[in-house]
Design a protein around this ligand. Structure first.
Ligand SMILES: Nc1ncnc2c1ncn2[C@@H]1O[C@H](COP(=O)(O)OP(=O)(O)O)[C@@H](O)[C@H]1O
Ligand SMILES: [Mg+2]
Length: 253
């Protein structure tokens, strides 16, 4: 597919103009970053897995009526999405304490929270995506009160969907982050789930063993990140368990 000019290169993806107005081609790179890009590496195959997994989750959300930016997967590393105006927030939903929350409150990682807790950080790499109170969001005009009501209900639906899908394959959804964007349809605008949903943006623990199957494997040097993501993809049936071996062509006399 002919892609247009490069619009943006981020930490994990590159965006190109899509073939139709209002579309974007999202290219998934193999780059991994953590701690606000202080730790960096190239992880062979990560982009391919995240492209597939994000497609899987976005299609599932669409099936249950949660709108997303996803249009179609183009190839191993690229997907076509609707271009939207990204709300400059990282929307984080937590079911169990982990990461910055566990640290901030001195909680043991994995402690079950009394109910899902939503928090917002302001998307700004230079500031390290600081956590912001909801009042800042309305006061600075990052999103209206109406948007915030929509964001809350979208986030909770994504949480129920993802928790259920993961539970079904023996994985506990500890927390995740989404981004949402505005799409304009005539005089109306609505919010859709944008960016990506992948093990880069979720914390996923095996229910039996507690083994981490997400980007913490990279953050904490717990082993091979591609193996962890491949395991998630296999359990979800996103990649075949025994892929047909690629055989070399044989010469027939
Ligand atoms: N549908 C979309 N329309 C416009 N921008 C998008 C869309 N989906 C994701 N984005 C933006 O594209 C960028 C994706 O690249 P990424 O490597 O994740 O960037 P970053 O380093 O900023 O996190 C993000 O800034 C994200 O907000
Ligand atoms: Mg990103």
């Amino acid at each position: 597919m002919a892609r247009g000019k490069k619009l943006y290169e981020g930490k994990a993806k590159v965006l190109y103009e899509g073939p139709e107005p209002g579309t974007i081609v999202q290219y998934f790179k193999d780059d991994a970053t953590a701690f606000n890009a202080e730790k960096k590496d190239v992880i062979d195959g990560k982009g391919v897995l995240n492209n597939r997994l994000s497609e899987f989750f976005m299609l599932g959300l669409d099936q249950i009526g949660v709108p997303t930016h996803f249009l179609k997967r183009l190839n191993m590393r690229e997907q076509l999405v609707r271009r939207c105006e990204i709300v400059p927030l990282e929307i984080i939903v937590r079911n169990f304490a982990a990461g910055s929350m566990a640290k901030r409150l001195g909680m043991e990682e994995g402690t079950k929270l009394p109910r899902p807790i939503i928090e917002y950080s302001y998307k700004d790499d230079a500031l390290g995506d600081p956590l912001v109170p909801e009042e800042y969001i309305a006061a600075f005009g990052w999103a209206s009160q109406h948007d915030m009501d929509d964001i809350y209900s979208i986030a909770m639906r994504v949480n129920d969907y993802l928790s259920g899908v993961m539970y079904g394959v023996g994985i506990k959804l500890i927390d995740f982050k989404i981004e949402v964007g505005r799409v304009f349809e005539g005089d109306f605008q609505r919010l859709v789930v944008a960016d990506e949903i992948s093990p880069d943006s979720c914390r996923l623990w095996d229910i039996e063993t507690g083994k981490k199957l997400d980007k913490d494997v990279f953050r904490q040097d717990l082993g091979n990140l591609t193996d962890a993501y491949t395991e998630v993809a296999h359990r979800l049936g996103v990649l075949p368990k025994n892929p047909t071996p690629v055989t070399k062509p044989t010469l027939i006399n």
